[in-house]
Design a protein around this ligand. Sequence first.
Ligand code: PLZ
Length: 460
Amino acid sequence: MCHIALSEQAGGHRTVRAMSIPQERRLVTAIPGPKSQELLARKQAAVPPGIGTTLPVFVTRAGGGVLEDADGNSLIDFGSGIAVTNVGNAAPKVVERVQKQAADFTHTCFMVTPYESYVRVCEKLNELTPGDHEKRTFLVNSGAEAVENAVKVARLATGRQAVVVFDHGYHGRTLLTMTLTAKNMPYKQGFGPFAPEVYRVPLAYPFRWPTGPENCAEEAAAQAIDMIGKQIGAENVAAVVIEPIAGEGGFIEPAKGFLPRIAEFCRANGIVFVADEVQTGFARTGDLFACEDEGVVPDIICTAKGIAGGLPLAAVTGRAELMDTVHAGGLGGTYGGNPLACEAALGVLETIEEEDLVGRARRIGDVMIPRLLAMSERFDMIGDVRGRGAMIAVELVVPGTKDPNPAAVQEVVRRCHAEGLLVLTAGTYGNVLRFLPPLVMPEHLLEEGLGILEKAFASL
Ligand code: PLZ
């Protein structure tokens, strides 16, 4: 069966993609249904509890704006597998290329005998990432691996050791990237000792800045720069690593002016400015990369997630003069830039362009933000509505205060999940609902999802 999804585009024209899955919410059992519950019991017996589950429905098919489960339910997806399936699940161009590649060859190891698709992905990223300077790219398997490698390159290129990161930052779960991550529970608790030479400075978090959002950018940048000078010495800093919008930390868009100020400080002091665009990349924020919003040009940019529609791939793209300092053989890994993942990435880039997913992301924001703002008028527990493009969040507070309200988030999420709307949480205080719909989400499902969310708030 073939279903056609029509989506109104920002520019007024319409794109058509044939969807293999009906683009509808359909609940035929309670959530989770009996088959999912049976599978969950098996999961609990076979997989350690350290691997969590946001919503225990076991997926059998997904595409467009929906996930289908083992019981025959169809859920609206406001998560995209944590900002990964920007082009939609099983996107036609991705499927076609991966199938062909799987039949041709599945692995050689690029460091042993290379293949063209890896080089093509690197060429594309060199061309598409911010800045028109000469660049180099290499490929790895995960966001954490990309960030970790960016630090390796920055240390070698500068001959310095210190790495500066920000409050509310998230960069991964490996020893170094866990150390770079701000939040203790659940990421760091009991997993120390941590990597040395990592320093944390304040982030310009407008909603929670003590003197108010107007002063936030300037004061936060001044504090960060002062701390670096006092506690580390700028001349000892190899890299500053920052997410242009803090993802796991709660979709915190730093106050305008903060990122350019930090980037300028880095430039003036020979520090490598690393943008972690693992969650913000590939059209998610209504630009191909979030740094573009303020014209910030990173020295190194780390990408993953949305790059390959769900196949494991990540990239480190940086100034040629930095990247070329690394000795031959100093970088790599068995699977980095696997041929299936590279073909998927090429399919993703074609899809973003052909279906104008940058425009679609903006359109999603234009639909969601006004509806969420209207909800914030009605429900005083909504303290803040924020985000860009299709990376949107609401921060819940105890009404009349700014005290975080994680209990309300849990309750809203529970009600949304029961109604067949997958939503994710985030935030240092666990009090943020985040929305990351696939950029190909048909508009009727977006509206229906927002309706479910509104009802969940109203029923509290
Ligand atoms: N940098 C900005 O968002 C991954 C984490 C899921 P990996 N975020 C989702 C979880 O709970 O483990 C992320 C990110 C930013 C780095 C990473 C790490 O990317 O591909 O998960 O290693």
